[in-house]
Ligand binder design. Structure first.
Ligand code: THU
Length: 136
């Protein structure tokens, strides 16, 4: 990935992290998703007083991009305080749109802590191809 694009993605993830609404966990997460067409969609975790209703940054970014008509993605940068990696639910949601997605985890300073793929993060996954094409 070109340096300019990389800087744009990391900046977007760190910026989104600043907007995290995490008054309960105090664990702010930001994500920036690069579409195949070269656009960047960001997301932050948004918590709720009814705890289970909170949503992770990665899923906010994916739903944001899909809502704007995107279904093909190249990479996601996830920014956490300490290099924490995407949760299982987010891995599943990312897998829906392709196992080859590159996943970068950066810390609060933007340093890369992990570079991997959804395939490696979610081995033996269940996905769209496991369902019959035509259902009653
Ligand atoms: N969180 C994310 O946003 N992404 C992850 O992959 C891990 C966890 C959020 C959810 C919750 O708001 C807070 O971090 C603590 O779990």
């Amino acid at each position: 990935m070109k340096a300019e694009r990389w800087n744009q993605l990391v900046k977007a993830a760190l910026r989104a992290r600043q907007h995290a609404y995490a008054p309960y966990s105090h664990y702010a997460v930001g994500a920036a998703l690069l579409t195949a067409s070269g656009e960047v969609y960001a997301g932050a975790n948004v918590e709720n007083a009814v705890y289970p209703l909170g949503l992770c940054a990665e899923r906010v970014a994916v739903f944001n991009a899909v809502s704007e008509g995107h279904r093909e993605f190249e990479a996601i940068v996830v920014a956490t305080e300490n290099g924490g990696t995407p949760c299982g639910a987010c891995r599943q949601v990312l897998a829906e749109f392709g196992l080859d997605l590159t996943v970068f985890v950066v810390n609060a300073q933007g340093d890369v802590v992990l570079e991997t793929t959804v395939r490696d993060l979610l081995p033996a996954s269940f996905g769209p191809d496991d369902l019959p094409e035509k259902r009653p």
